[in-house]
Design a protein. Structure first.
Length: 385
């Protein structure tokens, strides 16, 4: 159950109640007082009744109001009821019941508006002190700081819950907006790619239909043009789809974060990668290398930690972007490079990169390098001396 969400089933409700139960420690004094036999039968029965109403009201406020708030007037009435019960029970049953004011302060901080909480929490503290001193209980001074601080602490917890819920909603909104933008981009690209081609095919089909009875040669030419336009449209669509399916390094980093965490591997990943001037095919090659390395870590290494680093280096061949993946596992079966590493080597070599796979004393390290900038034109490369 996430912070700020109401329980969705009985198990989550029990978990939330178990989390709340340790904070009910100050109820122990009233319970011991009722069980001590110091009061008459009528007073004990009235004490149990008042205690039950107080606990039920408090749990209703704290258990529900954080995630599914009552209306303002209802909250005010319930908090006032708690305060009245705390005063009445403390005056009639004795100083052992002063701990109830702790829960009144918690309720004020957790359910009232910030402005109201800043007034009612000190008021609750002063009321508790006056009730304690009225009963000749000097120990009431010991509860002043606790009642005051725990109430203001609950205002901070409430703000934390509210901020968490707002951030969760904002993240969902951003994801929805991104999906909508992607759909609009797809619709726009398809319109730009196919709109002209389909219009031209329609026009030439009408011309061929009119020419077919008397001018079969010209009709055949129109049909040939239709075939050519159709083939070009198909090529354009395939190129567009390839662009949509392009493997991106940032996406792979996010994916392996989830995969490693799910496998119980502690992941040390870099921040948002700097891919300025990196050609798309080079980025795709690094992304495939990262995917293959993460797959080997999860399936074969038995590692508990995996560190990924992405750095730019200046080499004799020019600027290179280097991706390293290192784990502390067993290093695999040790039967030589598999098909995955062989395929990665070929993929990296096609873009002018390289792959190094090293078995460590404890673990395995894979280093993939690709040129960090656009490749130089072939005419600019001098012949060796």
């Amino acid at each position: 159950m996430r912070l700020g969400e109401p329980p969705r089933n009985l198990g989550q409700a029990v978990s939330k109640l178990v989390w709340i139960m340790p904070w009910l420690v100050f109820f122990s004094s009233p319970v011991r007082d009722l069980l001590s036999g110091h009061h008459g039968s009528a007073a004990t029965a009235a004490g149990w009744a008042g205690f039950g109403v107080f606990v039920g009201t408090y749990l209703a406020l704290v258990f529900r109001n954080v995630s599914r708030a009552f209306s303002g007037p209802v909250v005010g009435v319930l908090v006032a009821l708690l305060g009245a019960l705390a005063v009445a029970l403390s005056l009639t049953m004795g100083p052992a019941w002063l701990g109830l004011f702790v829960y009144v302060s918690v309720a004020c901080g957790a359910t009232l508006t910030m402005r109201a909480a800043y007034v009612t929490i000190p008021l609750t503290t002063v009321t508790m002190l006056l009730v304690g001193l009225h009963g000749g209980e000097d120990d009431a001074w010991d509860l002043v700081l606790l009642v005051l601080l725990i109430g203001f602490a609950m205002t901070g917890v409430r703000q934390l819950v509210r901020t968490t819920v707002e951030l969760r909603k904002a993240r969902a909104t951003v994801a929805q907006l991104a999906a909508n933008e992607e759909r609009l981009r797809l619709a726009r690209d398809l319109h730009d790619l196919l709109g002209h081609s389909l219009s031209l095919i329609t026009l030439k089909s009408e011309l061929a239909g009119r020419m077919l009875p008397g001018q079969p040669e010209k009709a055949a030419q129109q049909v040939a043009d239709i075939e050519q336009v159709s083939r070009q449209a198909l090529v354009d669509v395939r190129e567009a789809v390839t662009g949509y399916r392009r493997t991106r390094l940032a996406d792979e980093l996010a994916g392996i974060q989830l995969a490693l965490t799910a496998a119980g591997v502690t992941a040390d990943l870099p921040a948002e990668p700097d891919l300025a001037e990196l050609p798309e095919e080079n980025e795709a090659a690094l992304a495939w290398a990262l995917r293959e390395a993460a797959t080997n870590v999860v399936r074969h290494s038995g590692a508990r930690r995996c560190a990924v680093a992405l750095v730019r280096r200046q080499t004799l061949e020019g600027p290179m972007l280097e991706l390293s993946v290192e784990d502390n596992g067993s290093g695999g079966s040790g039967q030589g490079p598999g098909n995955g590493l062989t395929g990665l080597t070929e993929r990296l070599e096609k873009v002018g990169g390289s792959l190094e796979a090293t078995r460590l004393k404890r673990g395995f390290r894979l280093v993939a390098r690709v040129p960090a900038g656009a490749p130089a034109p072939k005419g600019d490369v001098g012949s060796p001396a």
